[in-house]
Design a protein around this ligand. Structure first.
Ligand code: CA
Length: 221
């Protein structure tokens, strides 16, 4: 049974969601206070998080970014904010899907099933290895010779794509396409920022030159 944590400050919606998910056979839990949400989520160890954007004292996107530092648990935003910029920000900070209130119940449930199916990870390997680097997909970390570094979701996707094409030149457009396929919305500039951070992290584990730039063509592992 999949466990879903609801982070929602409106008690009516919170109870409606809990009831709805319970009826669908999910184990639903709602956070009880909004001061230590990350810790409550860690303790609950859910399979999926439903996250509101407007929370008391903080914004759901900053919470999402905080969760993403240590966890790849899928996050669906359920929010009354319907601007493209809110949606873009939420997805680029690590959200897996975005649903606006008032939500259509069958659509909400279908999206939850889709995200759980996509992130269930049964068919995916747990680790990838290439050029002395090991990528731990479920943990979201990379390691080389006993040194570990944590990766963001974007960094993990970029690195796993490069590792899957080790030795080949991968264009920036290929990387952007791959990230789009994974529901991560990213532009050219964001890719550059991610690449710089990724190289800094690889340097920390002793692989400063793992990703080479092939001028005018792209990147190569
Ligand atoms: Ca709210």
């Amino acid at each position: 049974m999949s466990k879903i944590v609801i982070v929602e400050d409106d008690p009516v919606i919170r109870e409606e969601l809990a009831l709805l998910l319970g009826n669908e056979g999910y184990q639903a839990a709602a956070v009880s206070s909004f001061s230590d949400i990350s810790q409550q989520i860690r303790e609950a160890a859910p399979d999926l998080i439903l996250l509101d954007l407007g929370l008391p004292g903080r914004d759901g996107t900053s919470l999402c970014a905080e969760i993403r530092k240590t966890s790849r648990t899928p996050i669906i935003f359920v929010t009354s904010r319907d601007s493209a910029s809110d949606e873009l920000r939420a997805l680029s900070l690590g959200g897996d899907d975005y649903i606006t209130k008032p939500y259509n119940i069958p659509v909400l449930l279908a999206r939850i099933r889709a995200v759980l199916r996509r992130t269930g990870g049964l068919a995916e390997p747990d680790t990838l290895e290439a050029k002395g680097l090991t990528l731990h997909l479920a943990r979201g970390t990379a390691s080389a010779e006993g040194r570990f570094v944590e990766l963001t979701r974007n960094e993990l996707k970029i690195l796993s794509y490069l590792m899957g094409h080790a030795g080949q030149i991968v264009s920036r457009a290929d990387l952007i396409d791959t990230l789009w396929d994974s529901q991560i919305y990213i532009d050219d500039n964001t890719l550059s920022v991610n690449m710089t951070r990724l190289r800094t992290k690889l340097k920390e584990i002793g692989l400063p030159n793992l990703i080479k730039t092939r001028r005018g063509m792209g990147y190569q592992l």
